[in-house]
Design a protein around this ligand. Structure first.
Ligand SMILES: CC(C)(COP(=O)(O)OP(=O)(O)OC[C@H]1O[C@@H](n2cnc3c(N)ncnc32)[C@H](O)[C@@H]1OP(=O)(O)O)[C@@H](O)C(=O)NCCC(=O)NCCS
Length: 372
């Protein structure tokens, strides 16, 4: 039996959801280019596309928007949990536990999977925002059903309606993180779903996998790097020192993309605009210089900026503290997770790989008295 560490290059299902061309730097949701979706679509419409396989007509879009807006409130016991949990808790732990609690309440609910997917998607920003406000000793802000998914998220976080630019940047950022084929967290969701466990348990597995720094944490590392560099004149020396000492440039490199990640290309433009509006343009200039010099040096090996390179800068400019970045990622990836769960269950096969045994066989059992 061949051992494939990390399941690299192993396909576990066929999919019609997302296609990545890692050599050309292209990403398609349901056949639509990410460049077109980022320019012309929005969170709600793209979520519909990913869940149902086609762009909605105006009635279908209106229905989904209303359902997403209606479901934003949390049951009181989840609100109490968020208010009582320790303020220094890891936000991903709070999110994971809150989704798990929602699953207990919903256990006997016979709704269809897509309805549960909408419900969880709708509630995640509320969980995150309530926790953020509570840990800062601020009053929680109830969701506003007149606002879009992205606008309402920022509104509940900060207590004021976002500017047009903030709304657009938030919306595009969520859209760009919505799905990415068979990544670690999506796979984790499928492992649980394939046992015919429930959708909440499957999503909890996804959140747990996304919490790890190798998956959901690189965006804050990239931002930390820009802050550490401080000024664009320091970039060249910083990169040289890092590479000479065998360290990596955070936000560079990808298992699939061997060229510039299309999501980074899109986020770069929005990072430029939002950092200008928020007085963080010096950080953008540092990032741009790291991008330029890093690509020149590492591009020869097919290593370029990935989505995380500018995402941290964008999330930070929108008002999210770095420990919240993976939760923002989850608030978007929930759409991809649940779409893949629904697609997989149409032709379910229990996921049960093998391990190659390397231990001993036939050892003689010795009573505890004789083991000294
Ligand atoms: C994402 C990542 C894990 C993908 O790695 P991978 O496909 O497994 O590739 P490897 O780790 O085997 O690296 C291949 C080569 O590229 C180099 N490399 C990869 N990413 C690099 C980076 N960010 N900076 C400098 N060198 C890098 C490695 O040192 C290695 O060089 P070598 O062949 O001379 O030893 C890797 O690029 C990385 O650690 N990036 C930084 C963290 C990050 O941004 N993660 C978010 C991913 S979305």
């Amino acid at each position: 039996m061949e051992l494939k560490k990390g399941l690299e290059d192993i396909a576990i299902k066929e999919t019609e959801i997302t296609y990545i061309d890692g050599n050309l730097g292209r990403l398609y949701y349901r056949g639509y280019s990410i460049f077109d979706l980022a320019e012309f679509s929005n969170f709600e419409e793209t979520a519909y596309l990913i869940w149902f396989g086609k762009l909605p007509n105006s009635r279908e879009l209106k229905d989904l928007k209303e359902k997403l807006a209606e479901e934003r409130n949390l049951p009181e016991y989840v609100v109490q949990f968020i208010k009582n949990v320790r303020k220094d808790a890891n936000p991903m732990d709070v999110l994971r536990t809150a989704i798990s609690m929602l699953g207990i309440e919903d256990e006997s609910n016979k709704e269809e999977l897509w309805e549960k997917a909408v419900k969880i998607t709708s509630k995640i920003p509320t969980i995150i925002s309530f926790f953020v406000r509570t840990r800062k000793n601020l009053d929680i802000i109830e969701p506003d059903s007149s606002l879009s998914h992205a606008e309402n998220f920022l509104y509940m976080l900060k207590g004021e309606k976002p500017s047009n630019l903030e709304s657009k940047v938030m919306d595009v950022s969520l859209l760009l993180h919505m799905d990415h084929e068979m990544n670690a967290s999506t796979f984790a969701c499928l492992v649980v779903a394939s046992t015919l466990s429930d959708i909440y348990s499957s999503v909890v597995a996804g959140v747990s996998a996304l919490k790890g720094p190798l998956h959901g944490g690189a965006n804050s590392e990239a931002l930390k790097q820009f802050m550490e560099i401080g000024n664009k004149d320091n970039v060249e020396e910083y990169i040289m020192k890092k590479l000479e000492s065998g360290h990596r440039i955070m936000g560079f490199g990808h298992r699939i993309y061997k060229t510039y990640d299309p999501r980074a290309k899109i986020l770069k433009e929005y990072a430029k605009m939002i950092t200008k509006e928020k007085g963080l343009y010096n950080l953008y200039e540092v990032a741009e210089k790291v991008d330029e010099i890093g690509s020149r040096i590492l591009g020869k090996k097919g290593i370029y900026p990935n989505v995380d390179f500018y995402a941290g800068l964008v999330f930070y400019s929108l008002g999210f503290e770095p420990d919240l970045f993976p939760t923002v990622f989850a608030s978007s990836r929930i759409v991809g997770w649940t779409a893949h769960i629904m697609e997989y269950l149409k032709d379910n096969k229990l996921i049960r790989p093998k391990a190659i045994y390397k231990g001993e066989i036939g050892r003689k059992y010795i009573g505890i008295q004789e083991r000294e």
